[in-house]
Design a protein around this ligand. Structure first.
Ligand code: AP5
Length: 217
């Protein structure tokens, strides 16, 4: 499997697993959340348009995201495969992806749902920290940062995302249930869905993910 979607609630571990798979299989992770956060930080037109939605824990309008993915999937480094993390998130986005892939003659090979009980997600999100330089994701309790980051430029400063504040997290979980969960049925109907228990250690989840993919080259 070289063209896949990681599906799951906020905090399910999509980003953590996508970063590991990217290194192992040398195929790019496309995280719409990361692209939007970079645009927001740089105050680009995309970032300014997305900011009010992101800060409230709401989804950014479909048309902004679909344009972004259309452009990204056609770039040179996408030819060997891709891992979509955080896209699609609505049925409109999933239908747009199907027609884009049809147009550029690429196949979606699988959708992996990382399933985590909602009771676990809140703690994962409020305890998450990210390195502003290398974007590595850690958790203050479950996946603590190593003090010996190999990057000499690393500021060793772990930041909390705005939307991981405890007052924003419930809205994100509620939007997931209302807008993204229907995609489970959408991809089940296409025969592409695989479900993994994400309420296990990151290493165990990774081993199960690897078992679903082709052996590394
Ligand atoms: P986005 O950045 O995509 O956030 P998300 O989907 O809410 O997912 P997260 O990044 O919060 O969680 P994750 O599953 O990647 O978990 P992680 O690996 O970090 O989107 C942010 C916002 O951008 C959206 O709210 C929306 O506004 C906008 N947006 C983005 N895409 C959009 C789209 N397509 N359409 C519309 N709007 C869009 O792990 C979480 C924590 O748990 C970490 O601390 C990690 O260390 C820890 N952890 C991970 N795995 C485990 C494990 N197995 N056991 C214990 N701890 C673990």
């Amino acid at each position: 499997m070289r063209r896949l979607i990681l599906l799951g609630a906020p905090g399910a571990g999509k980003g953590t697993q996508a970063q590991l798979l990217e290194k192992l299989y040398l195929i790019p992770q496309i995280s719409t959340g990361d692209i939007l956060r970079t645009a927001k930080q740089a105050c680009t037109p995309l970032g300014l348009a997305a900011k009010p939605y992101m800060d409230k824990g709401l989804l950014v309008p479909d048309e902004l995201i679909i344009g972004l993915i259309r452009e990204r999937l056609q770039q040179e480094d996408m030819h060997q495969g891709w891992i979509l993390d955080g896209f699609p998130r609505t049925t409109v986005q999933a239908e747009a992806l199907d027609s884009l892939l049809n147009e550029i003659q690429q196949d979606l090979e699988g959708v992996i749902l990382i399933d985590v009980p909602e009771a676990v997600l809140f703690d994962r999100l409020v305890g998450r920290r990210t390195c502003p330089l290398c974007k590595k994701v850690v958790h203050i309790a479950f996946n603590p940062p190593s003090p010996d980051c190999a990057n000499p430029e690393c500021p060793k400063q772990w930041l909390q995302r705005e939307d991981d504040k405890p007052e924003v997290v419930p809205t994100r979980l509620q939007r997931y249930r209302a807008e993204t969960e229907p995609l489970i049925g959408y991809y089940q109907a296409q025969g592409k869905l695989h479900t993994l228990n994400g309420d296990q250690s990151p290493d165990t989840v990774q081993k199960q993910l690897i078992a679903l993919m082709d052996p590394p080259v």
